[in-house]
Design a protein around this ligand. Sequence first.
Ligand SMILES: Nc1ncnc2c1ncn2[C@@H]1O[C@H](COP(=O)(O)OP(=O)(O)OP(=O)(O)O)[C@@H](O)[C@H]1O
Ligand SMILES: [Mg+2]
Length: 223
Amino acid sequence: MLIKLSNINKIFGSGKHKVHALKALSLDIEAGAFTAVSGPSGSGKSTLLNIIGLLDSANSGKYHFDGALINADNEAQINHLRAFDLGFIFQNFNLLPVLTALENVEMSALLSIPNAKERKQQAAYFLTQVGLNDKMSAFPGQLSGGQQQRVSVARALMGQSKLILADEPTANLDSKNTFHLIELMQSLNQKFNTAFLFSTHDERLLGKVNTIIKLLDGEIEHE
Ligand SMILES: Nc1ncnc2c1ncn2[C@@H]1O[C@H](COP(=O)(O)OP(=O)(O)OP(=O)(O)O)[C@@H](O)[C@H]1O
Ligand SMILES: [Mg+2]
């Protein structure tokens, strides 16, 4: 199992501002899965993705990644997983405006691919995979929203990530680019066996996944 969460609780704030965002949540995600997290606003989708992506930690419960128990106090373990095994696609693309598409992709693998030549080759390879072979030297400001999102997909793939996390990756895309992004993620999932986990409200995306995790008030809804 790639991801195993057992009895995860996440609480924000305290006193009357206390929010129990995830309630004794348990789930398994297999290697190579193509999974969506859905649910109404405030149901805990981003919180769940942030915990799985090691951007935040739970108050209690156990998290195993690829068989290893995650210890929130072990910075070396967490930094290693972030650098080597996890990739992120952000809703607002998060590209550095002063770097070209190629440089943005290269930069994400400074740790995981120490050899500069190899890094550049892999960045060019993944940009080609996402259909941007003619845009490698363009700056983000010269790219459309859909193209910028594809740069961020290439960036997430660098270093052969085992899991790519995306919090509402299509929220800032029009329907044509949404459709292209879904197709692209699906084909990359099949080609590289990289697992994808994204949160979405988008019915078009939900129709394409193998598994949907439905959240309601911090709990998984089972049919
Ligand atoms: N940093 C925070 N501080 C306090 N409360 C928070 C924080 N982050 C999230 N929450 C609360 O936790 C609950 C779950 O929030 P979360 O952002 O995970 O929901 P979501 O399903 O991603 O919603 P949306 O669809 O609007 O993005 C909400 O009640 C939210 O207000
Ligand atoms: Mg959210």
